[in-house]
Ligand binder design. Structure first.
Ligand SMILES: C[S@@+](CC[C@H](N)C(=O)[O-])C[C@H]1O[C@@H](n2cnc3c(N)ncnc32)[C@H](O)[C@@H]1O
Length: 287
């Protein structure tokens, strides 16, 4: 398996993309499974903490941040709790996801997050140049076509203030189906089958890193960069170039949150940090 994986790189061609069977996640059973996988001490805990730290680093000083396709807001709530002075708007098209998201932030007592049911390719209710930052995690592969991804990027450009902050994280399409199956099922002993299946579908639906690079260059310009995990571009980040220091309380909380992760997830988080560092991402936010 290893030689196939090592041959993965910033692929321009691969197996044909297969859009997600359920684009908008409205099935309550699926929503419930996704929520379970994401709460603390669960399979997505490391990735959530990685993105929370990186987003926190980027949005220091912002007032209004939009999260595209926020799902059940596990990620968004973690970011909002770390940044209580910032107002967040979570967007999703699934009513079930938004119900779960609202219940989650209410339970946590967060007052700086609201939600809207909107399509991320058509953000009609958000004014031009009104957002200090736009973020999105693990959601863009839900868009059925490259044309809609471009539509979403055009909307982001429209609502972002000039020089606004950007953090879009998603899967990158791998060169071979062998690699997709390897990654989707490598932790199958520790995770529910539905989670592995969902992971496989996401990897089959991922856009090519080269597509993200072209759209970023054409629509956002030189202030933004596309990076991926080293060797295998399974995760891709499109982000503003500037890193900022995280101020006092949030930095302490992030440190404590990393320490509190069960050992397996802490190792996963540190692997992500290393793989992105090898992929060119600098300014590690964990103290
Ligand atoms: C895998 S979830 C990611 C949720 C969240 N960002 C996270 O990191 O946990 C993908 C979400 O995208 C939403 N979605 C898919 N297509 C959408 C669209 N066109 N507009 C808004 N939301 C969409 C789905 O309903 C689902 O909640």
């Amino acid at each position: 398996m290893l030689p196939t994986l090592v041959r993965e790189s910033w692929v321009e061609r691969s197996f044909p993309r297969e859009p997600e069977p359920e684009l908008v996640m409205d099935d309550p059973e699926q929503v419930e499974a996704y929520v379970r996988a994401g709460r603390i001490d669960s399979d997505m805990a490391a990735a959530y903490l990685f993105h929370s730290a990186r987003v926190t680093q980027l949005i220091q000083g912002c007032e209004f941040v939009v999260d595209l396709a926020c799902g059940p807001a596990t990620q968004l709530a973690q970011i909002a709790a770390l940044n209580p002075t910032i107002e967040f708007l979570g967007i999703d098209l699934s009513r079930s996801m938004l119900d779960s998201a609202q219940a989650h932030v209410t339970e946590l007592g967060l007052t700086n997050v609201r939600f809207e049911k909107t399509d991320i390719t058509h953000l009609a209710d958000i004014r031009d140049a009104s957002a200090d930052a736009v973020i999105s995690t693990m959601a863009l592969h839900h868009l059925p076509t490259l044309g809609l991804l471009e539509g979403c990027f055009r909307e982001i450009r429209r609502i972002l203030k000039p020089g606004g902050k950007l953090y879009l994280a998603d899967f990158g399409r791998l060169k071979s189906l062998n690699s997709v199956l390897f990654f989707a099922y490598m932790n199958r002993r520790h995770q529910p089958h539905l989670f592995s299946l969902d992971y496989e579908r996401s990897l089959r639906a991922a856009f090519l890193p080269a597509d993200f690079v072209k759209l970023t260059r054409d629509l956002f310009g030189a202030g933004y960069q596309v990076l991926s995990t080293a060797l295998v571009p399974i995760l891709v980040l499109i982000k503003s170039r500037q890193e900022q220091a995280i101020c006092g309380t949030a930095a302490e909380r992030l440190k404590a949150m990393r320490q509190a992760l069960p050992r397996r997830y802490r190792r996963e988080l540190d692997d992500m940090r290393l793989l992105f560092w090898l992929g060119g991402l600098r300014g590690d936010p964990f103290p």
